[in-house]
Design a protein around this ligand. Structure first.
Ligand code: SAM
Length: 242
């Protein structure tokens, strides 16, 4: 997968050189390119923002550098990327959306700052490539870079070969609409607290049942909205006893 990130702070993307994403890049599974938006400015101050039309606080990102940046992106590869524009006004990111994006060959991120990007940039881009405004959640960040990092992590770990053991994807929170059961490792007793006995029993069926029950309980306690949204056939007779 190719990933381009356009930002006024390319340094913010440094974590994409580390850990499993860094390794996937070295192995050629990911081609990640961070671009400084200011390279598409033409004034001495390399200006990317201006006062909002209609007045109000803060500054808005000017359309011209963004237009040129996205033109350059289109000229740099085959076809067009799927453009993601982080915004608190976008579609809320989820594991389902991560799976949808993991099937794309090319993603690009337009990271806003200040009060955001002139809306005409998004309208213009949408005539040339698929565009999705995407929100991390109902809060406001300084810029889109952290959203891009989050989305890149969630998406790329679903790409075959990026994660060492793909089985861990199956058991994770949100994969089946529920939260995962709590995890434990050795020692069996730590500061007077025991690992739940069943997990040390070696009895696979009992362990699976315990994990399923814990998953249901944890979801009911922390995220009852997930249970409300789950289809009726997501539960079996034994689940209903929990
Ligand atoms: N004025 C905008 C509004 O009220 O919708 C907020 C702008 S915010 C200070 C600056 C940039 O941070 C946005 O353009 C976006 O790129 C990013 N951002 C802020 N909150 C975000 C969120 N919840 N999800 C994704 N991106 C976000």
């Amino acid at each position: 997968m190719r990933i381009d990130v356009i930002t006024v702070f390319p340094e913010y993307l440094a974590p994409l050189e580390l850990s499993l994403i860094g390794r996937a890049r070295e192995r050629g599974l990911l081609d990640v390119r961070a671009h400084d938006l200011r390279q598409w400015t033409h004034d001495v101050h390399r200006t990317v923002d201006d006062a909002p039309c209609g007045g109000g606080a803060g500054m808005v990102m000017r359309p011209e550098p963004w237009g040129e940046a996205l033109d350059a992106l289109l000229d740099s590869g085959e076809g067009a990327p799927r453009l993601l524009v982080p915004s608190p006004a976008g579609r809320v990111f989820s594991q389902d959306m991560a799976a949808e994006l993991a099937a794309e060959p090319w993603l690009a991120f337009a990271c806003g700052r200040y009060e955001g990007i002139d809306q005409r940039v998004i309208e213009d881009a949408a005539e040339r490539m698929p565009v999705t405004e995407v929100s991390l959640g109902d809060y406001v960040l300084f810029g889109g870079e952290v959203a891009a990092l989050t989305i890149v992590e969630a998406v790329t770990r679903l790409i075959p070969g990026v994660l060492g053991n793909r089985d861990s994807l199956l058991e994770e929170s949100h994969n089946d609409g529920l939260l995962e059961a709590p995890s434990y490792t050795r020692p069996a007793n730590w500061r007077g607290r025991d690992v739940p006995e069943v997990l040390m029993s070696g009895h696979h069926a009992r362990i699976a049942r315990w994990r399923r029950d814990q998953s249901l309980l944890r979801t009911a306690q922390s995220r009852p909205d997930l249970l409300d949204r789950a289809p009726a056939d997501a539960f079996d007779r034994k689940d209903r006893a929990v």
